[in-house]
Write a protein that binds this ligand. Structure first.
Ligand code: AMP
Ligand code: MG
Length: 413
């Protein structure tokens, strides 16, 4: 057994120390993709009046019970009800009313015969109401009527707090007349890189230098998962430069600070010393591969996650720790990670740490299969670019043969 913290324990420590941002109000039309911060209870019945679900004729079911194509029942048509009609009509015995989808059901009527079951078909827009309609097939009582409250009753919970609002959720809010709602504020995530070798994109590279790619990956990840990214650039490898980056994150009132690099055991790794001086380190190093040196604590009270510097380690550290952390700050009531059980197309060796391998998963002949996408070195971003999943090899497992099952996190969703 390793004495390093497990991924599960590390994640629990992070999640326990975070709480959702405060809420704010937004108009319903702008709320798609946001996290709902209230329980939405319907103040109305949906629908609020009984209405027709078909274009047809409103009738009394008993009166047309014997109708057949050979022996139709004929009824005089005494009214014409279109959607939006505010007529409160009483349908007398022996009468029918032409009615369109969504129009209020007249009292006295208990079924709607679709146009297709009458002689008044086919029709075209603007056609006048017939004087007499012949019914070929009888409807059951209640057929083609949407009664008041069929979809929801006044007092029903329409949406639970903590869900990410989907287009259909926005629709039901509008249906229930909600003009605005309470949502969680999108968390601000300050991001900086650290290292003397890092050059901002757009400048020319000299020997020994590399572009700061992590900032770009991390900004994109933060925004993909609903945060507001506040990129702070690169801190040189010295105490004051690293501290200055943290202080700018404080000025921006960040809800979370993430950094990459400078958390290993190298002689120039200052991040931990700065956090120790002005905040707290809760853990450093987790039993995983890649991504072991991941660090968690706070800087002057603001939660901080230090990711490793290697580009793939930074990405995986984000997926494993920052994504759920963002979910917690966002107020999500559950974090669902798209995953798939897959069959290995090649054998896999691991060192016993919980491992995340870059893989391509494919649905072939009814089975989900997975193969690795090449060199798994933590600096090899290209094999991550070619992957569509991360294959999870649990801690303690050192070998998986061809045909073994494993879990894959899907990245392209
Ligand atoms: P470190 O964690 O500082 O030891 O860095 C580990 C490796 O990641 C080194 O090869 C760094 O050059 C590389 N690295 C660190 N930060 C970045 C970054 N922001 N973008 C690209 N590569 C980086
Ligand atoms: Mg470094």
């Amino acid at each position: 057994m390793s004495d390093l913290l497990s991924v599960t324990d590390a994640l629990q420590i992070i999640l326990e120390s975070l709480s959702p941002t405060n809420s704010e109000r937004t108009s319903t039309i702008k709320a798609a993709g946001r996290i709902l911060a209230e329980e939405v209870v319907s103040e109305v019945d949906l629908p609020s009046f009984a209405n027709s679900s078909m274009d047809g004729f409103a009738v009394r079911a008993d009166e047309v019970a014997g109708a057949t194509p050979e022996n139709p029942v004929s009824l005089p048509v005494t009214a014409d009800l279109s959607a939006g009609s505010d007529e409160t009509l009483f349908l007398k015995a022996g009468q029918a009313a032409r009615i369109m989808t969504g129009a209020p059901i007249p009292t006295g009527c208990d079924a709607v015969v679709p146009l297709e079951q009458t002689n008044y078909y086919p029709v075209r827009a603007g056609i006048s109401t017939p004087q007499i309609v012949k019914i070929f097939n009888p409807p059951k009582r209640g057929e083609n009527i949407r009664p008041t409250g069929q979809d929801a009753r006044k007092g029903d919970i329409l949406l639970h707090s903590g869900i990410k609002l989907r287009p259909q959720d926005i629709g039901i809010l509008a249906m229930a007349g909600r003009v605005d709602i309470s949502i969680y504020r999108n968390p601000r995530v300050a991001i900086f890189s650290s290292g003397d070798e890092l050059i901002p994109l757009g400048e020319s590279l000299s020997y020994g230098k590399v572009y700061d790619s992590n900032s770009h990956t991390l900004v994109a990840l933060v925004e993909k998962y609903g945060g507001v990214a506040v990129p702070l650039g690169v801190a040189r490898d010295d105490f004051a430069a690293v501290r200055a980056c943290f202080d700018r994150a404080v000025e921006f009132d960040a809800d979370l600070i993430i950094s990459s690099a400078g958390v290993s055991v190298g002689a120039f790794d200052y991040i931990r010393s700065v956090v120790e001086a002005y905040g707290h380190i809760q853990f450093w190093r987790v039993n995983m591969r890649p991504g072991k040196p991941v660090t968690f604590g706070d800087y002057r009270g603001i939660p901080f996650i230090g990711l490793p510097g290697n580009p793939v380690s930074a990405f995986i550290g984000f997926e494993v720790f920052v994504r759920p952390a963002l979910g917690k700050l966002l107020g999500l009531n559950q974090m669902v990670r798209p995953a798939q059980r897959v069959i290995l197309e090649e054998a896999i060796e691991s060192d016993g740490r919980e491992s995340y391998l870059r893989a391509l998963v494919m649905f072939v002949n009814g089975t989900w299969k997975a193969k690795l996408t090449g060199h798994q070195g933590s600096g090899n971003l290209r094999s991550l670019v070619q992957a569509n999943a991360l294959l999870l090899i649990p801690s303690g497992v050192k070998f998986l043969p061809v045909g073994a099952e494993a879990e894959a996190w899907l990245l392209n969703t």
